[in-house]
Design a protein around this ligand. Structure first.
Ligand SMILES: NC(=O)C1=CN([C@@H]2O[C@H](COP(=O)(O)OP(=O)(O)OC[C@H]3O[C@@H](n4cnc5c(N)ncnc54)[C@H](OP(=O)(O)O)[C@@H]3O)[C@@H](O)[C@H]2O)C=CC1
Ligand SMILES: CCCCCC/C=C/C(=O)O
Length: 496
């Protein structure tokens, strides 16, 4: 059956007309009329033309967001209960449209429909989780003592202002919601810049927010390239930048935002170590290592791409992970047999292939996968396991962002902890051991924002996420995530 015959009428209808920018509640062309094509990575065919925002459009969107924040009936002054009810309703609306969002996401990003449905579920849950927080942004009453005088001092949490959310292509809808939901929960207004590879679900989200009753200008959506993102970072009307993406661009954003000392939160690259001790439940560790490395076509910042296995079980684990890699069905998202879709773009495909070819040229061994197994069309890449790797090889040091795991044997705990921490990144890490003392002790020694013990990718919107070292600044989700979207005001009243 052809892919187009499987599309929901709502998806076909969405794709039947070119997409515009959402500014101040209106769908508008880019001021200079430019557009770009968004492409299905499974077929390399254009899905639809999308307006390409420039710095001028960034300014229009920031002005709209500023107005929605500052005006008399401002979003930040809506009652918490009103915001809470609205957020919950949006969660329901997204859930009701799971298949529609999932199809759009799979078409644009390439991920399997099952995977995309999971992402839509996370998006709906984010709205519901933060709906609860809207009414619980509490302050504290603080005792204050000045001889001879009496005071009442307390704190309040207030919105920061206009938030620029700049997001990547690996979880387009989820990442958009990671920024938009806590921001609007706290009363901020938003300009969202989706990645140029995957603008569709952010645009559909924009439509749905308007339909749900989110006022004009509260959430603006600006598809475009890095120049539009940079214009937001530089804009004097933006109070906070919330970014997920590469460490390289994260550094540019931190530098750009520092000129006006904007608040910045950064969720950046990773190269997570996954440590399997000989006393682990090896069946679970093997399945977990494959999931850790290959989830989302390997295009996930918390993926376990560096596998360390204690020497006595190294061969067994490598054989197990290689077999798991070979059991993955790579194909079009719309084929129900598919468990791994294509990589997101030709550029990403080239990058991943280059790393694997480079490792082989440097003497590494491919225990699973082949960079030359190219399909006639589409950016497909077979899940790959590399052995005979050294710590100096680029495949071991760099974030590859593809379905590539490297495996290295180790002998002692101290040796593996040192190797695991020998990276500029610190986003995630994992330990497999039946000895809970070992698991917790080693987990405590790993320099990473998330540590999984005897599991991987177990996650929830209630849990803070973020990185040590060059993996980022701040934490997203959970109550910590909401704090990052508020200013803390201290109020002191003299009681006479
Ligand atoms: N931590 C993570 O979750 C992610 C990490 N990455 C890593 O980054 C590598 C490259 O991917 P790539 O897409 O180029 O990632 P980027 O970091 O370039 O892209 C992330 C977002 O930032 C935007 N952007 C790019 N340059 C600027 C800038 N100067 N100022 C403001 N915004 C900007 C992008 O726009 P646009 O793309 O439209 O130009 C996109 O919306 C991947 O191979 C992977 O290693 C990538 C995605 C997610
Ligand atoms: C709460 C579940 C989050 C799932 C999204 C995974 C995101 C990965 C990433 O940041 O790359």
């Amino acid at each position: 059956m052809s892919e187009s015959s499987l599309l929901l009428p709502a998806v076909s209808s969405f794709l039947s007309s070119s997409k515009q920018l959402l500014i101040d509640g209106e769908w508008v062309d880019a001021k200079d009329g430019r557009t770009f094509a968004t492409v299905n990575p499974a077929t390399e065919e254009t899905l639809v033309e999308v307006s390409r925002a420039s710095a001028v459009d960034a300014d229009r969107a920031v002005v709209a967001a500023r107005h929605a924040f500052d005006e008399k009936s401002a979003w930040s002054r809506t009652s918490p209960r009103e915001r809470s009810h609205l957020l919950w309703r949006i969660g329901d609306m997204i859930e009701e449209r799971t298949e529609e969002f999932a199809q759009l996401e799979s078409l644009d990003n390439g991920k399997s429909l099952a995977s995309a449905r999971g992402d839509v579920g996370v998006a709906a849950e984010l709205f519901r989780y933060f709906a609860g927080w809207a009414t619980k942004m509490e302050g504290t009453s603080i005792p204050m003592s000045v001889p001879g005088k009496e005071f009442h001092a307390y704190t309040r949490r207030e919105a920061i202002g206009v938030v620029a959310g700049i997001v990547p292509w690996n979880f387009p809808l989820t990442m958009a919601c990671f920024k938009v939901v806590p921001a609007i929960t706290a009363g901020n207004t938003v300009v969202l810049k989706p990645a140029e590879q995957t603008p569709l679900t952010a645009l559909r989200l924009g439509e749905l927010l308007l339909e749900a009753g989110v006022p004009a200008g509260v959430v603006n959506v600006l598809p475009g390239y890095g120049d539009a993102g940079a214009a937001l970072v530089d804009h004097a009307g933006v109070d906070k930048v919330a970014f997920t993406g590469s460490t390289e661009v994260g550094k540019k954003i931190a530098a750009g935002a520092s000129a006006s000392l904007k608040k910045v939160s950064l969720e950046l690259g990773g190269k997570a170590p996954n440590i399997v001790f000989a006393d682990a439940d090896l069946d679970a560790a093997i399945a977990g290592a494959a999931l850790a490395g290959y989830f989302n076509e390997g295009q996930c910042c918390v993926n376990g791409s560096r596998l360390y296995v204690q020497r006595s079980v190294f061969d067994e684990v490598v054989e197990g992970v290689a077999a798991a890699a070979r059991a993955i069905t790579v194909g079009d998202a719309f084929d129900p047999a598919t468990t791994m879709g294509p990589l997101v773009s030709a550029e990403q495909h080239e990058k991943v292939m280059g790393y694997v070819r480079g490792a082989v040229a440097d003497g590494a061994t491919l225990s699973a996968g082949s960079p030359d197994a190219a399909a006639d069309r589409g950016y497909f890449f077979s899940p790959t396991l590399i052995t005979d790797v050294t710590e100096q090889m680029a495949v071991q040091t760099d974030e590859i962002f593809g379905p590539v795991i490297t495996a290295i044997p180790f002998d002692t705990e101290d040796e593996v902890v040192a190797a695991a921490n020998n990276t500029v990144y610190g986003l995630a890490a994992g330990v497999w051991s039946k000895d809970l003392g070992t698991a917790h002790r080693v987990g405590g020694r790993l320099r990473a924002g998330t540590v999984w013990l005897n599991t991987w990718h177990a996650d929830d919107v209630t849990l803070p996420r973020g990185g040590y070292k060059q993996s980022g600044w701040g934490r997203e989700l959970g109550s910590f995530g909401l704090d990052d979207y508020t200013e803390l005001k201290t109020v002191i009243a003299e009681l006479r």
